[in-house]
Design a protein around this ligand. Structure first.
Ligand SMILES: CNc1ncnc2c1ncn2[C@@H]1O[C@H](COP(=O)(O)OP(=O)(O)OP(=O)(O)O)[C@@H](O)[C@H]1O
Length: 171
């Protein structure tokens, strides 16, 4: 991979966002995203953090809005730093949970898809996902930094456990 043109030591995401991956019985709750950034892709529920909201508050609200469920005791597992070419840079906080209230329901924003971990459809997801989601689903915390040109990943760096967590911008 070529050198990265981004100076990550001063990088600040312009758009704070969240993602949630609920895991139960060897399956993960994914969505087909019907609108917003990454429309048409498979991802976890999540979205932009509203002004005054914490990442935890945001990820719970987005699960309620997109799937009509409330995750219980979400755990922050990682940060994703996306330097983008055509949209603002995204600073995403990634959570997991094993319990939730409600029934995952299709909405105007998302269609829920329970997926066996071994059947995750990488070719329908953002390119970076294959470089941190498997590790996270095995319980490892992480910091992933990625440079995108449009929808194509140009550069990546993923740090696991303490090496990653110590780089988080928000604990
Ligand atoms: C570049 N590689 C990427 N890999 C994995 N996930 C990515 C991603 N780039 C963006 N994402 C996620 O996509 C959602 C966008 O937010 P998005 O749905 O547009 O926000 P929100 O639901 O608030 O949308 P509306 O403005 O209401 O349409 C948000 O979870 C964000 O973390």
């Amino acid at each position: 991979m070529e050198d990265c043109s981004v100076d990550w030591s001063v990088w600040q995401g312009e758009m704070p966002a969240t993602l949630m991956f609920i895991v139960r019985d060897g399956e993960v709750l994914l969505i087909e995203k019907l609108r917003g950034i990454g429309m048409g892709k498979i991802n976890g529920p999540g979205g932009k953090i509203d002004p005054g909201e914490t990442p935890l508050e945001c990820v719970i609200r987005e699960c309620q809005e997109e799937l009509h469920i409330t995750p219980i005791k979400p755990v922050k597992m990682g940060e994703l730093w996306f330097a983008m070419s055509d949209i603002p840079d995204i600073h995403c906080h990634v959570f997991t949970a094993t319990e939730f209230e409600g029934t995952p329901t299709a909405t105007e924003e998302a269609v829920p898809i329970w997926t066996k971990i071994e059947d995750i459809p990488w070719d329908k997801m953002w390119e970076d996902d294959a470089h941190w989601l498997p590790q996270m689903l095995e319980g490892q915390k992480f910091l992933g930094r990625f440079l995108f040109e449009g929808e194509r990943m140009q550069w990546r760096d993923v740090q696991l456990e303490d090496a990653g967590v110590s780089g988080w911008l928000i604990s």
